[in-house]
Design a binder for this molecule. Structure first.
Ligand code: SAH
Length: 348
């Protein structure tokens, strides 16, 4: 599979071919990807045909669009049968891709659809990078609404990547690190436009802090005391809040970049004024921005989203304490985007 080979080793894929051909292949894979090798106009047909089944390391099982075509969600299937979810979101001046770093997840957070279905395997660096390349090919083919031609402000490729799809990226550190390197150094995506989201894998946060790239860090906190957090996020037993906070502070110190805190709002669970007050203290100590995401209900959990007025009150409490907070707009709700739910549907 072409994307599973490191970009520096592409000559292995073209035995007996001249060096310029290797350079052309590199361009087709990383600079201007296409949905099929049929569009590789500078390649002889025999070579295009030979490589056609080696292009993508997965097939498209489901492709759905929402929000008038500006949100696209894919469920990919790998040859060994695991699924990968990816969501593309177009905004007026940026295009964000939400990528998966593992097939399934071992973290078992109670409210997360992926966690409810367990862990299949780590994704290879090339499988993570191929999600970005596939989205670029899709946009280049003119298949996303609001792309240039129709809206000149919107970029014609993925500009931002968030590791908020399936999996815990820092539990797959080595491969995620290599995918970051390829996105940044080979595909030219600015490190500052990439965000790694973690549920609090403390050693991974510290390793990432020591890497050279100014990648953003999001901490999925969801609760501001250990008793509640351990109920929602089992990993909290291993890395309690104080350790997560210390690692986040180290990240901020090393990168000079504010971290953000993700907080999934659940009715009657973590949307109290008491939690808002405790969260404000943590956020102030870290200088962190808070993103509030109202729960997308999942089939195996009885939790419900917070009422709108409770969410607004929670947000006001943070703001009154001097914390900046935003309510994350949810994309693609009618297509079950963003929380492992497409896979839930596919397995029904
Ligand atoms: N494992 C990483 C990345 C994947 S989850 C992490 O936990 O950060 C990405 C974000 O989606 C997290 O902030 C997570 O809390 C949130 N999320 C998961 N399930 C959700 C749900 N059912 N509704 C709303 N947000 C959810």
């Amino acid at each position: 599979m072409l994307y599973l080979n490191p970009p520096e080793d592409l000559a292995d894929e073209l035995p007996g071919e001249p060096g310029f051909r290797v350079a052309q292949l590199h361009e087709w894979l990383y600079d201007h990807p296409t949905e099929s090798t049929g569009q590789w106009s500078n390649f002889p047909k025999t070579l295009r045909d030979r490589l056609s089944t080696r292009l993508w390391p997965f097939t498209v099982e489901i492709e759905q669009t929402a929000d008038r075509g500006t949100t696209v969600k894919w469920l990919f299937r790998t040859p060994d049968g695991v699924s990968i979810e990816t969501v593309l979101m177009g905004y007026p001046n940026r295009v964000t891709l939400c990528v998966s770093s593992q097939a399934g997840c071992a973290m078992a957070c109670t409210f997360c659809a992926t966690g409810q279905f367990g862990f299949d395997r780590h994704l290879e660096a090339g499988e993570i990078v191929a999600q970005v390349a596939f989205a670029n090919a899709f946009i280049r083919a003119g298949r996303m609404s609001g792309v240039p031609g129709r809206n000149e402000a919107q970029p014609s490729r993925v500009t931002n990547v968030v590791f908020m799809g399936m999996g815990e990226p820092l539990a797959n550190y080595r491969r995620v690190r290599e995918s970051l390197r390829r996105m940044n150094e080979v595909m030219g995506i600015g490190a500052r436009s990439i965000t790694v989201s973690t549920v609090g894998v403390v050693p991974g946060i510290r390793l990432l802090a020591d890497e050279p790239w100014q990648v953003g860090l999001a901490i999925s906190l969801h609760a501001a005391d250990d008793a509640l957090r351990s109920k929602l996020v089992p990993l909290n037993e291993r890395y309690p809040l104080a350790e997560v906070e210390a690692a986040a502070a180290y990240y901020f110190e090393k990168k000079g970049r504010r971290v953000s805190i993700e907080w999934t709002m659940m009715n009657g669970v973590n949307d109290s004024q008491d939690q808002a007050g405790k969260l404000a203290e943590i956020a102030l100590r870290l200088g962190a921005h808070v993103n509030l995401i109202n729960l997308n209900p999942t089939p195996l959990s009885s939790e419900r989203p917070s009422h709108n007025r409770t969410l607004q009150r929670f947000k006001s409490t943070l703001e009154h304490r001097g914390v900046t907070a935003t309510k994350r707009e949810t994309r693609g709700q009618e297509i079950d985007a963003a929380c492992g739910q497409l896979r839930v549907r596919a397995s029904n």
